[in-house]
Design a protein around this ligand. Structure first.
Ligand code: PAF
Length: 287
């Protein structure tokens, strides 16, 4: 059975032993309820490192009071089986009290890159993400860390943080993994009932429409996002949070696709907020 480590001290002593053996270390940070998207991150880490740590921690400080911290899905037995099946070495699964011990009062915050998209809708979210990821990096001291491109803004924020703070860790972004019908894999998909699950396809359909417009030469961001919004608004169970195109480098909104850009959307299906995106450079290369 895969080892599940609960304390920072225990994790540190395992890392020290691996380092003494000269092993390279990959970290896959997750909030658990693992799916094939997470599995692809573990596979990528296994291919590039001697040891792979999967952190499994529902991080309370990245949820706002009105969000789904309490109901966030958890299943450690399933997670342990998935990590083991994909050859991960250790699961780091601390309790919130272990990560945020009494008097915790230091946070890592970021400007510019967090101003748009999810950062605008969830103003305290990235402060929580940057803080926990910094802590995980300090505990595990990985050579490389793996993040999914579905959370494209998160990936950009973490890359930027590592660079700004000279953390010396290679950040590897891995492709979005989708269900057969196109819905991007997410632990939150489990919230959807049958009709919502069908309605949720509107996200990947809008992404497909947007990428086709770009592929066919459209460069006007307003026209692309308007077409995507129209498609989403035709679905009665969907409510748009945002559909935007931003500069991939700084996550600031642009009006014309004249540089590597990210087209991202967040849509509520019933009460469930889902995200999806595409990078223009994956369709038309660097412009
Ligand atoms: O992407 C996630 O699951 C979380 O935001 C992360 C990176 C594990 C931090 O809690």
């Amino acid at each position: 059975m895969i080892e599940i480590v609960k304390t920072v001290a225990q994790m540190r002593s395992i890392i020290a032993k691996w380092r003494a053996e000269g092993a390279s270390i990959g970290l896959v940070p997750t909030m658990g309820f693992l799916h094939e998207g997470h599995a692809s991150l573990i596979d990528a880490s296994k291919a590039q490192n001697d040891r792979t740590v999967v952190s499994d921690f529902v991080n309370p400080i990245q949820f706002a009071p009105n969000e789904d911290l309490e109901s966030y899905p958890r299943d450690m037995e399933h997670d342990a089986a998935l990590v083991e099946a994909h050859g991960g070495d250790i699961i780091f699964n601390p309790e919130p009290e272990e990560m945020y011990r009494g008097g915790f009062s230091t946070f890592v915050d970021m400007t510019v890159l967090t101003e748009e998209l999810c950062g605008l809708s969830r103003p305290t979210h990235f402060r929580g993400v940057c803080t926990v990821v910094t802590k995980l990096f300090n505990i595990v001291r990985p050579d490389r860390a793996y993040f999914g491109k579905k959370d494209a803004q998160q990936l950009a924020v973490i890359k930027h943080m590592v660079d700004d703070l000279d953390m010396g860790i290679e950040i590897v972004g891995c492709p979005i993994v989708r269900e057969n019908d196109g819905l991007a894999k997410s632990s939150r998909n489990t919230y959807l009932n049958e009709s919502e699950r069908k309605a949720a396809l509107v996200l990947s359909k809008a992404i497909k429409l947007g990428s086709e417009l770009v592929k066919n030469g459209e460069r006007d961001c307003a026209k692309i996002t308007a077409a995507m919004k129209e498609l989403i608004e035709a679905q009665p169970l969907a409510r748009i949070d945002y559909v935007k195109i931003v500069n991939a480098a700084d996550m600031q909104q642009i009006t014309v696709i004249d540089r590597p850009s990210l087209c991202a959307l967040a849509v509520y299906i019933g009460k469930t907020r889902l995200i999806d995106n595409f990078f223009t450079q994956d369709i038309i290369g660097e412009v």
